[in-house]
Ligand binder design. Structure first.
Ligand SMILES: Nc1ncnc2c1ncn2[C@@H]1O[C@H](COP(=O)(O)OP(=O)(O)OP(=O)(O)O)[C@@H](O)[C@H]1O
Ligand SMILES: [Mg+2]
Length: 257
């Protein structure tokens, strides 16, 4: 269905359908939820990490959306959850499968541990990962799992999750923040932790409109990659998003180029 939808969105039929709806409703603009958008693909071979100093801001959901949207554009990155304490992506995917911990025990055969979450090759996280986390081993695992493909990594949250050795293997880090006072405070406290970041850093504001996100971003040292709106679909445990959210994810992927 998703493929059919992407194909239809890319044809003139989508424009015609919008004209018909505009005529029927008398509304010219915006018809945001209906506006067709061509999915954007993550750059070839790019490794992108998502992180937040505090939990619960939308880091995992945004990372997964980026991976799925890029897959919809024909370039599926490998999605890896290395949240050491509370990996949540497998729950979101409704998957019980081999995890990062299993892959660490199979050096050279890590890719055999990959599952599929729709069109996205996916390696779920392991709640006990912190006990066996060694930077070099995990960095090697990521390199072998990606094997030249693009990759999206959920680092989880907290200062410990910001491992310099892992970051050094990334092309970009998305610092995810929310607009609440405590979430903003966390974003400002992240600045000191990322002063010597060995990769490009950008800000992703979840639950904020673009003008608000821009006002916040000028007070932080990183460019605003995207503002992801509050999405009633995403707020449930199902993994679905509205069109404006997808458009924001496209802007985020575009900022990674
Ligand atoms: N754009 C959004 N709009 C509305 N709700 C969202 C959005 N993104 C995420 N959520 C909701 O916020 C909650 C936290 O999301 P998510 O698990 O992605 O955050 P996290 O930062 O990875 O949290 P954790 O600290 O548990 O790893 C979830 O209930 C999710 O459904
Ligand atoms: Mg998470």
């Amino acid at each position: 269905m998703r493929r059919l939808r992407s194909w239809l969105d890319a044809t003139p039929i989508a424009g015609l359908a919008l004209d018909v709806v505009r005529e029927a409703t008398g509304r010219t603009d915006p018809l945001e939820p209906l506006r067709p958008a061509r999915a954007v693909a993550i750059p070839r071979g790019a490794h992108v990490a998502f992180w937040s100093l505090v939990g619960g801001v939308g880091t995992s959901s945004t990372a997964a959306l980026v991976a799925h949207r890029s897959a919809g554009a024909g370039r599926a990155p490998v999605l890896v959850d290395i949240d050491r304490w509370a990996p949540s992506l497998a729950l979101r995917a409704g998957l019980q499968a081999a995890s990062v911990a299993d892959a660490l025990l199979r050096p050279g055969r890590e890719r055999e541990c990959l599952s599929r979450w729709s069109d996205v090759p996916f390696l779920p996280g392991a709640p006990g990962l912190d006990a066996m986390f060694e930077t070099e081993r995990v960095a090697q695992l990521l390199a072998r799992v990606a094997e030249g493909d693009p990759m999206v990594v959920d680092l989880g949250s907290g200062a410990d999750a910001l491992d310099a050795g892992i970051l050094a293997t990334m092309d970009a880090l998305c610092v995810v923040a929310g607009p609440r006072a405590s979430q903003l405070q966390a974003a400002f406290c992240s600045v000191a932790l990322l002063r010597a970041a060995p990769c490009r850093v950008g800000l992703v504001l979840v639950g904020a409109a673009v003008p608000d996100a821009e006002r916040i971003a000028v007070r932080l040292p990183w460019p605003l990659f995207a503002a992801i709106p509050t999405d009633p679909y995403l707020a449930t445990d199902a993994f679905a998003a509205r069109a404006p959210t997808m458009a924001a994810v496209d802007r985020l992927i575009g900022a990674l180029s």
